[in-house]
Design a protein around this ligand. Structure first.
Ligand code: PLP
Length: 380
């Protein structure tokens, strides 16, 4: 019987067998011809890395155990002790915590660059050993959109690499390599896998040499992803385009709804005409604006609590990008480790709520929000 599965099976094994020494030499001789040990390579993690690489248009990728592992691998691709990196001030709190608390201990220093300066003259921020700039295509949690080509030009003019966390945008909206970025990172935990059941990451390189550096870093730091997680992520990835389009449609409708609510002081969504980077977002995102948004209530914790308790369709679950909607609270979760001054500077205050809009029927989400705002407004 010749069994040929349509879908790659899960190679749930930590190691592969060789017939003899000749087979072992084949493994070391012909890249990609054999597998030996799953930390070094596994058909499922390779399938995920290759699929994201193809979507992003890269020269090679690695799948990692988390988005954080992906960020770490990306920075280690270019930096050694004594180096310095630039990081967008608007960034996921875990990224800044990694830089501030851990990479600093390895002798890699960081300077934060305000959003307005990302695509401009970076020389005021440079040190003799500045190597790269890390930024997000669409920032977490305030949905600021970085002009990637300007950032790439600014970086390359000073000999820096541009490393882009494309988690919020996904390659459905934006492919950073089309704008000359050097490395692209994803928290696969989010849209790439899409069902809130996987923790994983990926780093994609534009240059072949960077892809092989990444491969070695993944293997030697032990950052690589397990077969089961890889398989789940590959399954989720197959519907990425459909999911992202549905997330975007729903988020646009909800952003417009939120704008009408008297208790909402501001809505941050690049699809709104009022958003400061709306035109850039439209051109860089192919008229899609993403499934994430945040909004500002009065800075009163009890108001936020009322909102959280009243909603039935947006559970407070501090992650994002699953097919089911959820909400998060940046001040208390993703951006908790920032100093109070940094939080205020960035606009991450007590009343800021972030929504991850799912792909449910929009009428159900809007009905829920109507009920929530009726209840909340009643008590204000
Ligand atoms: N990048 C962004 C933009 C994120 O929002 C997150 C997590 O929330 C990460 C990276 C880290 O990913 P992970 O939680 O998979 O390690």
């Amino acid at each position: 019987m010749h069994i040929v599965p349509k879908i790659t099976p899960i190679y749930q094994t930590s190691v592969f067998k060789f017939e003899d020494l000749n087979e072992l030499e084949l493994y070391f001789g012909e890249p990609g011809s054999r597998y030996m040990y799953s930390r070094n390579g596994n058909p499922n993690s390779d399938e995920l890395a290759n699929a994201v690489n193809l979507l992003e248009g890269g020269a090679g990728a690695i799948a990692t155990g988390s988005g954080m592992a992906a960020i770490f691998a990306a920075i280690m691709t270019y930096c050694v002790a004594g180096d310095h990196v630039l990081c967008a001030a608007d960034i996921y709190g875990g990224s800044s915590a990694l830089l501030n608390l851990e990479l600093s201990r390895l002798g890699i220093a960081v300077t934060y660059v305000p959003f307005e300066d990302l695509g401009g003259d970076l020389t005021p921020y440079l040190q003799p050993r500045t190597r790269l700039l890390l930024c997000e295509t669409i920032s977490n949690p305030l949905l600021r959109v970085v002009e990637l080509r300007a950032a790439a030009v600014a970086c390359h003019a000073c000999g820096l690499k541009l490393v882009v966390d494309n988690t919020f945008a996904t390659p459905v909206l934006t492919r950073p390599f089309d704008h000359e970025a050097d490395l692209v990172i994803h928290s696969v935990t989010k849209y790439i896998s899409g069902h809130s059941d996987v923790t994983a990451g990926v780093v994609v390189a534009r240059a072949v040499e960077d892809a092989s550096r990444l491969k070695q870093i993944g293997v030697l730091f032990g950052l690589t992803l397990s077969p089961m997680e890889s398989w789940l992520a590959v399954r989720g990835l197959k519907t990425l385009r459909l999911r992202v389009e549905a997330h975007c449609r729903n988020a646009e409708a909800i952003a417009q709804f939120l704008q009408q609510q008297p208790v909402v002081k501001a809505v941050h969504y690049p699809g709104l005409r009022e958003h400061p980077q709306h035109l850039l977002a439209a051109s860089q995102g192919g008229q899609l604006f993403g499934g994430m948004l945040s909004f500002q209530l009065e800075d009163e914790a009890e108001l936020v609590n009322q909102f959280m308790r009243a909603t039935k369709r947006f559970p407070f679950a501090p992650s994002l990008a699953g097919v089911d909607s959820s909400l998060s609270y940046p001040l208390g979760t993703s951006h908790r480790s920032l100093t109070p001054e940094q939080q205020v500077d960035l606009g991450i205050t007590v009343g800021l709520v972030r929504l991850s809009v799912g792909i449910e029927p929009i009428s159900e989400l809007l009905t829920d929000l109507e009920e929530v705002f009726a209840a909340v407004s009643h008590t204000v």
